[in-house]
Structures are given as C-alpha cells and as structure tokens.
Design a protein around this ligand. Structure first.
Ligand code: C2E
Ligand code: MG
Ligand code: MG
Length: 701
C-alpha cells in the first residue's frame, strides 16, 4: 500500500518496533514508579506514625495518593505520546502538501510554455497549494550576474512595494549555492527588509532553494524563496522536497528556453531578428481574415535591395550583414504596431500592412520605405542610400486570399523594371504580361530550329578619324507567330530560363564564323564584339566552352579580334567568380567590354578590380550631350577614369555630329551609333566596310 509513497513519508508510518518501544517505555516508567512507591511509602509512613489506628487510616490515604500520582504520571506520559503523534501527523500533512505542490508545479511545467507564466504560477501554487505565506523567485539575467526578481506572492499585511535582496545568512553571503533555511528568523538582524517580513506579516521561518541551470551545469541560476508563519517549519524532509521543486522549476525554464529558441529558429531570421517567410505567411492569413471581417485593406510590399548585392560582394558578408540589419531597422522603425516587416531572402524583405482604411495609405508608406536607409561604409567617401525596389499587392482590391496576395506582390516586383527607389503595383494585366512572357519564352525555344534568328552587326568607328574599327553583333528574332521582337524584350526573358544558353551559343558560333570570314577576306584591325548574358558567364566552364567554339570556327589564332560584352550585373552576385571567369576569357586572348556602363551600380571605386579592357558608356548619357552639363561632366569623368586605368572607351548611341565631335575632343576612343550605321545583316555590313577601306586607300593614294 505504501509502495508509491515517497521515502520522506514512509518514516512516519506506525512501525511495530518503535510502537512496542514506546509502549514498553510507558510500562517501564509506570512499573518503576509503582516499585518505588511499594518500597519506600510504607517505610516513610512508619517513621511518621506509630499509632496502629492511625496507620490503617493513613494506608487508605496512601492508596489514594498512589492512584493520584500514577494517574498524573500516566496522563503526562500519554500526553507526551499523543503530542508526538500529532507532531508526526502534522509533519506528514505538511509533507503531503509539499508533495502536492511538487506535482502541481510539475503539471505547470508540462503545460505552460511561457517563462513568466511558469514563474508566476509556481509562486502562486507555493502559497495556495503549499500553504506557505510567502513565495518569491529570483533569477540571474546572465551567468555571474546578481539574481533579480522574476515572480512573487507576498503575505497579507505586507506593503505591496516590499522588496529585499536575495535571502542570505549573514557571514555566508548569497553566492553560496547551498539551500538556506532560517528557522526562527533570529539571524536577520542585519537585514531590515527581511525583518519587516517577520514583524509585519508574522513570518517565522524562511528557506531559499537554489534553482539549477541544467543546460550550463550551473548550480544556481536563481533562487526559490519560501516563508512560513510556523517556526521551525523546514525540516530535512521538507527541504529535500523543496529542493526537488526548485530543480524542476530549473528544468521547466530550460525546456521553455529551448523550445523558445527552436520556435525562434522556425519563425525568425537569426541575423535581423525579423519574422521569416513562414511567420509572414501566417500573419498574412490572419490579417486577411480580420480585414475581410472588418472591411479593411491589407497591403503587402515585397522589396529587394539591389545595392546591397553589390556592397556585399565588394566589402564582404560581414559588411553585408551589418547593412541588412540597417535595412531591417529602417523598415522596422517606419511601420506601425501591428504591421510586420519580414526577411524573405538574402537581399529581400516584405512589409505587411495589416489594417489600412484606404489603399492610398500604402502608396504613401511605400514611398517612404523605398527610399531606404543611408549608410556609411569604410572605404566609400560618401554615405550610400540603400534604396529598395518594390512590388505591391492589396487585399481585397487585387487578391481574394492571403496566398494570392504574395503571388501578386511577387509578380509586381518582378515587373518592376524601373529599379531601386520605385514600386510597381500589381495590376490584372500583369498576369497577361506574365502569360505573354511565357509565350515568348516558349517561342524562343524553337527559334533556332525554325531559323528565326539572325545576327546583325553595328559598326564602331575610331573617334579620331571615324574609320571603321569593329562591329557589335546584335541578335534579331523574327517569330513566325509574333513578328519581330526586340532583343531588349526577349533577351531578359531568355535569361530567366535555360533557353539563353542555346541562343547564346548560337550567337557566339555565328559571330565567330563571321569574324573568320572577314579575316579571310583580308580585313585587318577589326573587332567583333558579342553580347554575353550574365547566366552564360555564370555557367560552369564558360571560358572552356568559348574556347571550343572559337577553335571550331578557326578564331583561336585571331582571338584578339574577338570581344565579349558583359554588363555590370555579371559582377553583382559573385564578384570573385565573375573576376575569375573573365580572367580566363582574357587568358584566351579575347577582350572584355563592360557594356552599358553608368546604368548599373555606377561605382567607379572598384573598377580597377575588374578584368575588363573597354568601357562602353551607355547611350542614356550620350543622348543628352553636348548640352546637358551634368551628363557632360559625368562622361568626361568616366573617360578620364577609364584612361587612368588603362581602359579604352566606346560611346554608344552616337546620333549627331555634335555628339561625335564633343566625344572626340574629350578623348573618347571609339564611337557607335546610328550616325554611322544601324545594326545591319552581315552582308550589308561587309559592303559598307569594304567601301570604307576603298575610300581610305583612295585618299592615301
Ligand atoms: P546593347 O548591347 O547596349 O546594344 C546596343 C543597343 O543600342 C542595340 O539595341 C542598338 O540597336 C542600339 N543602338 C545603337 N546605336 C544607337 C543609336 O544611335 N541610338 C539608339 N537609340 N539606339 C542605338 P538592340 O539591338 O535593340 O539591343 C538591345 C540590347 O539587347 C543590347 O544592348 C543587348 O544588351 C541585348 N542584346 C542584343 N543582342 C544580344 C545577344 O546576342 N546576346 C545578348 N545576351 N544580348 C543581346
Ligand atoms: Mg552590347
Ligand atoms: Mg550597351
């Protein structure tokens, strides 16, 4: 029956040995008292009385006295015994209560997932279930730091503002990890706050039990302090149980900490502390459900930070991480309570506006958010603004469900071609645009076999004497189904899929064949440049592949007549890798042109690191020449910088003689534009080129 009983209780059960001993002790005392009486009472009487008549009378009195004395003795013995039994019974009751407390606290530990709730409930249980008048838990915020209040229940009659340092025994200090128990509060003279507890609330005994830190193996991460109105409340058995309770609280705390960190890992980005995509999805669904009930608007802004990609590559991931945090802080400060900023990718964030009155609120906020923070970076002279490129979708205007909202916002972001600092709002025709992109991508897959592709060439001339020096190969696609489609439209679509690779190979192959042909015709000092898309460059073994195509077309011996044109996006994802690939390309003898310079991240500071031979200034800058002073000074600066780095400069989009003359005067090396030639088929190009040579020869002769 007593199998399941804790060992601390078992020793209070009636056992035959001690009971027999107690009974024997009473009988022995009684027998001793009786024997002494028989031995000495008659002798004593004989000394006092000589008269036999009196003697008989006194014998009777003596009998009465005997009865009275033994009755008193028996009463004393039985009272003592019963007192002892009561004491034991009370002790069992107390232990039972403590045991109940232990199991309630264990129940709480299993049930409660919140740290504060666990500590608060433990204190409340200690008073309600455990019968203590005072319970307090103190925890160290970090190892080695003094413990601070984490939860308490104060006894009636004490000021609500009562506080006291951790319980300690004078002279022993509270850094000890031994349990402390003060049975009569005599030793608290030096601690007025604790004295107050004794005087005002009538507490008589106190105990403090260490709460261990199981994870770190520290004996005390805090203390459980208990107070009782009964003096000498805490005996060894009770302290043993209480120590168990404190240890279980430690275990409960550890479980909560562990599951909190698991929870955090599952829902939060460890770097920025922002919710991750999973939590965002959750909140989005809740927001949509609430908004449809309350007739409110929900907005989702998805945004990336293109500048962050470049800075991360340029300065390393440590700086990159700091900048990510700055963007996270900036967004976090810009939103209201109840809205959510989440990190959705390496360079992307999301802002969920959960409760708006009108869609227009989103416009205002998006404008503010997309500006991004201004950051200072070592090695950069001026602060840099990390502007965001955004896409927005709204509920209920654009989307009927949470899932749709994020798909539509992603589509809007995808369609935002205006770059950082701008935002595209989802519109239903974006779906159509996406559909037509799909159709274009599908058409492209068959363009080679249907012979719908053609390579045109646009001439480049020497800025000084306007002599032809080379040509850029530009792809043309005339689809049987959709007609002529501009490369500015279909190349980005091709780049999104795998189809860019066969198309890129086809272009390289055609250009090499044409170059070989021109060289065979005796044309000298003439370059052909071919546009190479970033995914082509990033593909494993690009240089080896290029070499193979060159070899197949007999271009290896004249490699220096071939150039590839790459854009700055090639360097954005992985600067080191792009550097390596381009170095391999240059090792083949092929030149590298940096195309559309000025439209990308426009940082001149790292240009010296890039393995390129020629800068092609984007036609957007040339367009405004020579009247626009800003464009003028920019182009001048680019030419000067490129020359100082030993690079040549090509100006794209030269359409007027004034532009050509201005560029010539500023030292630009080569000119390309409609002024000299539109992109034309190779056959037309050949003729034009030959004519130039004839004219040149004629002038010389
Ligand atoms: P890009 O490499 O910067 O090519 C120059 C673009 O500027 C060409 O447009 C050309 O027709 C245009 N252009 C040249 N001179 C002038 C001018 O004086 N005024 C104006 N307004 N425009 C001029 P295109 O052929 O439409 O090509 C557009 C872009 O498509 C190219 O820009 C290039 O990035 C890409 N592209 C073209 N062919 C290929 C290719 O074979 N492979 C890859 N990856 N991209 C290509
Ligand atoms: Mg180009
Ligand atoms: Mg260009």
């Amino acid at each position: 029956m007593d199998e399941g009983m804790p060992p601390a209780h078992r020793r209070f059960l009636p056992r035959p040995g001690p009971a027999l001993r107690a009974g024997g002790r009473v009988a022995a005392i009684y027998a001793l008292a009786g024997a002494l009486w028989i031995l000495f009472s008659d002798r004593f009487l004989a000394r006092l009385v000589v008269d036999p008549g009196q003697w008989i009378e006194l014998q009777t009195y003596k009998g009465w006295v005997f009865v009275a004395v033994t009755a008193l003795l028996l009463a004393w013995l039985v009272t003592r015994l019963v007192n002892r039994l009561y004491e034991k019974h009370y002790q069992i009751q107390r232990l039972n209560r403590t045991h109940r407390l232990l199991s309630s606290i264990n129940g709480t530990i299993v049930r409660v997932r919140d740290r504060d709730e666990l500590l608060r409930t433990a204190c409340e249980l200690a008073v309600r279930r455990g019968g203590y008048q005072f319970a307090r838990i103190l925890l160290s915020p970090a190892p080695g730091e003094p413990p601070v209040l984490a939860g308490q229940v104060l006894p009636a009659g004490l000021d609500a503002g009562w506080s006291a340092p951790p319980l300690s025994v004078p002279g022993r200090g509270n850094e000890s990890t031994e349990a402390i128990h003060l049975q009569d509060l005599e030793n608290l003279g030096g601690q007025p706050a604790w004295r107050q507890l004794a005087d005002q609330a009538g507490l008589r005994s106190l105990a403090a039990l260490p709460i261990p830190d199981w994870a770190k193996g520290v004996a005390a991460r805090g203390w459980l302090e208990l107070g009782s109105g009964t003096a000498k409340q805490f005996d060894a058995a009770e302290l043993e149980l209480l120590r168990e309770i404190a240890a279980d609280i430690g275990l409960g705390l550890e479980t909560i900490d562990k599951s909190a960190s698991l929870d955090a890992l599952a829902h939060f980005d460890p770097l920025t502390g922002l919710p991750n995509e999973a939590l965002l999805r959750d909140r989005m669904q809740q927001a949509v459900a609430r908004a449809s009930h309350d007739k409110r608007v929900v907005g989702l802004l998805l945004a990336d930070v293109p500048e962050l990609i470049r800075l991360n590559d340029l300065h390393g991931s440590q700086v990159g991480d700091r900048l990510r945090k700055e963007v996270a802080d900036f967004l976090g400060e810009a939103i209201r309570d109840g809205d959510t900023v989440a990190r959705t990718g390496r360079y992307s964030f999301a802002v969920l506006l959960a409760d708006m009155a009108r869609s227009e609120d989103m416009v205002e906020l998006a404008e503010r958010l997309l500006r991004g923070p201004e950051v200072c970076i070592e090695g950069e002279e001026l602060p840099i603004r990390l502007a965001l490129r955004g896409g927005v979708a709204l509920f209920p205007t654009d989307s009927a469900q949470g899932e749709q909202l994020s798909r539509h916002a992603a589509l809007a972001l995808h369609n935002n071609t205006r770059g950082p600092g701008t935002c595209a709002f989802y519109s239903p025709d974006m779906n159509q645009i996406a559909q037509s992109r799909l159709r274009v991508a599908h058409g492209l897959e068959h363009a080679i076999e249907r012979e719908e592709l053609e390579l045109h060439y646009q001439m480049l001339v020497d800025a000084q004497n306007r002599e032809p020096r080379g040509a850029e190969a530009l792809l043309r696609w005339e689809s049987a189904r959709y007609g002529k489609i501009s490369p500015a439209e279909f190349i980005p679509i091709a780049e999104e899929g795998e189809v860019i690779h066969p198309i890129g190979d086809w272009v390289l192959q055609q250009a090499c064949r044409q170059l070989r042909h021109w060289m065979d015709e005796g044309i000298e000092h003439f370059h052909v440049s071919v546009n190479v898309a970033t995914p082509q460059l990033q593909r494993e073994g690009f240089a080896a592949h290029l070499r193979e195509i060159m070899e197949r077309n007999g271009v290896l011996p004249i490699a220096s007549a071939l150039a590839i044109e790459v854009t700055e996006t090639a360097f954005m994802n992985d600067l080191d890798r792009a550097e390596q690939v381009l170095t391999e390309v240059r090792d083949l003898g092929v030149q590298v042109y940096l195309d559309d310079f000025g439209t990308g991240f426009s940082s001149l500071s790292y240009l010296s690191r890039l393995p390129v031979d020629v800068l092609k200034i984007d036609r957007a800058f040339i367009h405004d020449l020579p009247d626009d002073a800003r464009a003028g000074s920019l182009v001048r600066a680019i030419i000067a910088l490129a020359h100082s780095l030993g690079l040549k400069v090509i100006a794209e989009g030269v359409e007027t003689r004034e532009q050509a003359d201005w560029l010539q005067a500023r030292g630009c090396d080569l000119l390309q534009g409609f002024l000299y030639s539109r992109p034309v088929p190779a056959a037309d190009m050949e003729m034009a080129n030959v004519r130039h040579r004839h004219a040149f020869r004629a002038r010389r002769s």
